[in-house]
Design a binder for this molecule. Structure first.
Ligand code: NAP
Ligand code: G4F
Length: 396
């Protein structure tokens, strides 16, 4: 697992106590095992927080993204504590909040995949929408005073014209977007009705080497690494023309924290202001690995073909050559409704939170490609060692 820079004080090191205002504050993160939850946990530990995370019981390990910061709770240095629970279980949410009494709650848990939300609209509404109400009610009923962050999404804007800011009307184009609009309004209702410190961070797409493997950026960088190592022949994608305002996840979790440090609760758009198509992402990623792509054909028949190979970025599979088709369209990845163009206007966050994205699009693409290639290189080295060991054994 790659490590983030924050202050370098995470993992098994003792977290910094220099951020005096934050020392010994307690945070609860739902969705701690996800991309954002893992970076946020690192950030809060580096600021001296005790971090409690809600995790789902699973028959396989689902803590890969946070294993590097986990310390046995019997260790007196432990600052990260995990609790089983689920966004469908109000009783457990109320107990947890009452027992932990967190100063800050970051609610990130969700069924977060837009395409999947069309297949599972009711489930998505339950987890991503009503899950937020369950948590807000758990806070209200437990009677504790806490600050609440709701992970709202640019997907709520749907096909509202860009650039989108805090005043832009929501026109969601998916069950996921609709569930997030409901959750957004519940957070506002609890703020305005009960005086709760509840904020909405309306975050545009943000990616990283820890991005889920079925989102288009990670799907692309992972497939590219596998193609480069000869483990996969082709990458199948859906709509190549959709444009997104892609930022870097570690920058975005800093914005979450800043929102909960303000005097008054308010809602903020977090975005880079730059927008790029899926095709641009693919072109840049492959080019970084030494494979120049040209596009031939139209709509469902469009194909990404090798235009040139840069020899100094070898090894490439020995049978790979100019003219080979590496990318094809699979209509299964199209959505019944699509959000064609997202571009955020984060002026309010710049002004009030003093927040700026540090890593821009091109650098982020390179970070993701390098990380997936490095992972496979490591795996290959391990396989080579195992092969050598078993060769030696068979010769004995
Ligand atoms: P993610 O990687 O998909 O993580 C989702 C997290 O929610 C995981 O920890 C997952 O647990 C947990 N979860 C799912 N269903 C749950 C349930 N029923 N009970 C408890 N936990 C559950 O998402 P992400 O990219 O980190 O995004 C974090 C949040 O920000 C989400 O709410 C997402 O909708 C929102 N958001 C994301 C973006 C973005 O571009 N990344 C942009 C705007 C908003 P498992 O690990 O067990 O599956
Ligand atoms: O990577 P995506 O699946 O992300 P999407 O739908 O924008 O949603 C992400 O960002 C939201 C913020 O706006 C979050 F709230 C949400 O939780 C999630 O993190 O798709 C991006 C674009 C879409 O237009 C999609 O149609 O890529 C297009 N695409 C093209 N081929 C594909 C594929 N998307 C996926 N997942 N897989 C494909 O093969």
């Amino acid at each position: 697992m790659e490590r983030t820079k924050f202050t370098g004080k995470h993992s098994r090191e003792k977290p910094s106590t220099s951020a005096s205002a934050s020392t010994c504050r307690k945070a609860l993160i739902t969705g701690i095992t996800g991309q954002d939850g893992s970076y946020l946990a690192e950030l809060l530990l580096s600021k001296g927080y005790k971090v409690h995370g809600l995790i789902r019981r699973s028959s396989t390990f689902n803590t890969e993204r946070i294993d590097h910061i986990y310390v046995d709770p019997h260790d007196s240095e432990a600052k990260l504590f995990l609790h089983y629970g689920d966004m469908t279980d109000s009783g457990q949410l109320t107990n947890l909040i009452y027992n932990v009494k967190p100063d800050e709650i970051y609610h990130l848990a969700a069924q977060s995949h837009v395409r999947v939300s069309f297949d599972m609209p009711e489930f998505t509404g339950d987890i991503t929408g009503i899950g937020t109400t369950r948590l807000l009610e758990a806070i209200r009923r437990s009677g504790i005073k806490t600050r609440f962050y709701q992970a709202s999404s640019s997907e709520m804007f749907g096909d509202s014209p860009a650039p989108q800011n805090e005043e832009t009307p929501f026109k969601p184009q998916s069950p996921y977007g609709a569930a997030k609009v409901y959750a957004y309004w519940m957070a506002r209702n609890y703020r305005e009705g009960y005086g709760m410190f509840a904020v909405n961070g309306i975050l545009f797409n943000h990616e990283s080497p820890r991005r889920g493997e079925t989102f288009v950026t990670r799907k692309t960088t992972r497939a590219l690494a596998r193609i480069k190592f000869g483990l996969q022949d082709k990458l199948y994608l859906g709509n190549l023309d959709a444009k997104r305002d892609w930022g870097y996840a570690p920058d975005y979790v800093e914005a979450m924290w800043l929102m909960l440090q303000q005097k008054e609760p308010d809602d903020f758009v977090i975005a880079t202001g730059e927008t790029h198509s899926v095709k641009e992402f693919v072109n840049l990623a492959f080019a970084h690995a030494g494979i120049e792509i040209e596009w031939k054909g139209k709509s469902k028949s469009e194909k990404g073909i090798i235009r040139s190979l840069t020899s100094n970025l070898q090894p490439l599979p020995s049978n790979m050559k100019v003219g080979d088709c590496l990318i094809e369209i699979d209509p299964r990845y199209f959505r019944p409704l699509e959000v064609g163009f997202l571009q955020g206007d984060a002026s309010k966050a710049r002004k009030i939170l003093n927040w700026e994205p540090k890593v821009r699009f091109k650098e982020m693409v390179k970070i993701m490609v390098d990380s997936d290639i490095k992972d496979l290189e490591k795996m290959k080295q391990c396989q080579d060692v195992i092969r050598k060991l078993s060769d030696n054994k068979s010769r004995q």
